[in-house]
Design a protein. Structure first.
Length: 113
């Protein structure tokens, strides 16, 4: 479900932290489409929690065939996250969480409305 449709159910007050993660997921998905022509279904994107989830989506949904290998997909995702959120590329590993105690892409010091 798109993040803006889910606001009605949770209300603005309960959106703090949750909507930030949703927006981060959308921004990553938009960058994947713009730069690499990778389209990810909303239902799959909404389940992204770690960098490895994004890598699997890139491999499965890449428009070009053969699909990129894991190392190439990780390189692409590192570029997107490093450029968009100022995270050092070496911190961006498959097991790194996108939110919370991981990369904290939705944290106030990184997140940009």
């Amino acid at each position: 479900m798109a993040w803006w449709l889910s606001l009605g159910k949770r209300g603005w007050g309960s959106c703090v932290g949750i909507c930030g993660a949703d927006i981060v997921r959308v921004k990553i998905a938009m960058a994947l489409w713009k730069v690499h022509a990778v389209g990810v279904p909303d239902e799959e994107r909404d389940r992204w929690e770690v960098v490895g989830d994004v890598i699997r989506s890139v491999i499965v949904h890449a428009e070009r065939k053969p699909s990129p290998a894991e190392a190439e997909a990780l390189f692409q995702i590192r570029q997107i996250i490093a450029n968009g959120w100022g995270v050092h590329p070496e911190e961006i590993k498959p097991e790194a969480g996108l939110f919370g105690g991981g990369l904290e892409l939705d944290g106030p010091e990184r997140f940009r409305w």
